[in-house]
Design a protein around this ligand. Structure first.
Ligand code: ARG
Length: 378
C-alpha cells in the first residue's frame, strides 16, 4: 500500500495538474448550469494554491483538499477518461459517497455496506464511487468476489483468479462456512492505526445480490451457475489534480459478456463451456463443429436472460457498443477527444458484429483517471 501514497514528483507538475483540473471544472460546470461558476472557481484556484503552499512538504499525502463537488466531478471525469470502459456514455450518472472522515476499520466496513446497498438498489443498479482517506486500505481487488480454494489433489473449487487472495485470507485465520464454487470472500480492511481486519459480508441480497444463471430453453440447472449483480472495483486509485486517492472503490453495472464469456467461460476461470455443451447435447469431439462457440453464445443468452428475469440491470454487448459510439459522437460535439483501448473495448464475443470493432482508437491517458494500485502517476 505504501507506494500508492506517492506524490507527484515535482511541485510544478502538481501545480499544472491542479490548474488543469480547476480549469476543466469551471469550464464544464459553468457550461452545465450557466451560473456564475467561473468567477466562483477562479477564487477557488487561489485558495487551493495557498493551501498547497502551506501544506507542501515532501511527505504530505493530501496536498489540497477538494470539496465534495470537486471530488464527484473528478470521479465522473475519471470514468469518462477510462480507456478500457465501454460504458462511458453514462459517466454523468455517477454518485459519490464522500467518506474521507472515516478512520476506524468497522466504520469503513459500514460505509462499504452502505455503498453496496445504495448501488444494488434491489437490482436497479446505480453507479457509485466511495472515497476514503489514504490511511484506509482495502486489500480485496473487488468488493464482491468468489473464493478459489485449492483442494488436496491440486484441483480448484471456485474462482481460480482468487486463489492467491483466498490463500492469504485462510492464512490470516479466515474460516469459511463451507467450500463450494460460489463462496463470497470476506473484506480485508486496514487503517493506519489497525492491522488488517477480516469482515464477512452479510448473506443478504440487499447488500450482496446474486443471480442464478439459467437458460430460457436448455436445462442449465444442473450446472448450478450463478453470479453477483455488482462489479465493485477496489484496486484502482482516483488520480487528479496532483492527488492520488488510494482507497476509492467504484461500481458500474455488468455487460453480459464479462460474466458469460470471461468469468464463467474462460479456461483459467470457471471453464464452464464443456459442461454447457454437454447440457446442450453437443458433441465435443471436433473443433470444427464450433461447439465452443455455440456453447459460448448460449451461456451469454443465459446470463442476459437470467439478469433480466431477476430484475437486475445488465447490458448486452451490442447495445453497449452502440452506446459507446454515441458517447464518441457526444464527446466530439463538445470538442473533446475520446481515447480508448481497442483490445478492451471490443467485446470478447462477436467482436466484428459490433461497431466498435471497426472504429479506430488511440490509447493515451488523460486525467482525472483511475490507475491500478501500483501503476505510476506523473
Ligand atoms: N470484469 C469485471 C468482472 O467481471 C468487472 C469490471 C468492471 N465492469 C463493469 N461493468 N463496470 O467482475
Amino acid at each position: 500500500m505504501k507506494n500508492c501514497k506517492e506524490i507527484p514528483s515535482t511541485y510544478n507538475q502538481r501545480l499544472a495538474q491542479i490548474c488543469d483540473f480547476m480549469r476543466e471544472y469551471s469550464k464544464e460546470i459553468a457550461q452545465d448550469d450557466a451560473t456564475d461558476n467561473i468567477s466562483e472557481s477562479y477564487p477557488r484556484i487561489k485558495e487551493v494554491l495557498n493551501e498547497l503552499k502551506d501544506s507542501a512538504s515532501p511527505n504530505s499525502d493530501m496536498l489540497w483538499n477538494p470539496t465534495s463537488e470537486e471530488l464527484l466531478f473528478a470521479g465522473k471525469l475519471a470514468w469518462r477518461n477510462s480507456n478500457r470502459c465501454i460504458g462511458r456514455l453514462h459517466w454523468k450518472s455517477l454518485h459519490l459517497k464522500d467518506n474521507r472522515h472515516v478512520k476506524d476499520p468497522s466504520l469503513v466496513f459500514d460505509a462499504l455496506l452502505e455503498h453496496l446497498r445504495f448501488a444494488t438498489n434491489g437490482g436497479k443498479i446505480r453507479s457509485v464511487l466511495t472515497v476514503f482517506n489514504n490511511d484506509v486500505s482495502i486489500h480485496n481487488p473487488q468488493i464482491i468476489r468468489y473464493a478459489g480454494f485449492t483442494n488436496s489433489d491440486g484441483s480448484i473449487t471456485g474462482d481460480p483468479l482468487m486463489v492467491p487472495f483466498t490463500k492469504k485470507l485462510l492464512h490470516m485465520g479466515w474460516i469459511p462456512k463451507s467450500r463450494h464454487e460460489y463462496v463470497i470472500l470476506p473484506l480485508l480492511i486496514e487503517t493506519r492505526d489497525s492491522g488488517p481486519v477480516i469482515f464477512d459480508l452479510p448473506d443478504n441480497p440487499e447488500y450482496v445480490l446474486e443471480v442464478p444463471i439459467l437458460h430460457p430453453e436448455y436445462d442449465f440447472s444442473g450446472l448450478g451457475m450463478k453470479w453477483h449483480a455488482l462489479p465493485v472495483i477496489s484496486n484502482m486509485d482516483l488520480c487528479f489534480g496532483g492527488l492520488r486517492f488510494s482507497c476509492a472503490p467504484f461500481n458500474g453495472f455488468y455487460m453480459g459478456t464479462e460474466i458469460g464469456a470471461r468469468n464463467l467461460g474462460d479456461i483459467a476461470r470457471y471453464n464452464k463451456l464443456p459442461e454447457v455443451a454437454d447440457a446442450m447435447n453437443l458433441s465435443r469431439s471436433r473443433n470444427d463443429s464450433l461447439w465452443k462457440d455455440k456453447a459460448l453464445i448460449e451461456l451469454n443468452v443465459a446470463v442476459l436472460h437470467s439478469f433480466k428475469t431477476a430484475g437486475v440491470k445488465i447490458v448486452d454487448h451490442h447495445t453497449a457498443s452502440d452506446q459507446f459510439m454515441l458517447f464518441n459522437q457526444l464527446e466530439k460535439s463538445q470538442a473533446r477527444e475520446v481515447t480508448a483501448d481497442w483490445s478492451w473495448i471490443v467485446p470478447p464475443v462477436s467482436g466484428s458484429a459490433c461497431p466498435v470493432f471497426h472504429h479506430e482508437m488511440e490509447d493515451r491517458t488523460h486525467f482525472p483517471n483511475f490507475l491500478y494500485r501500483n501503476q505510476p502517476y506523473l
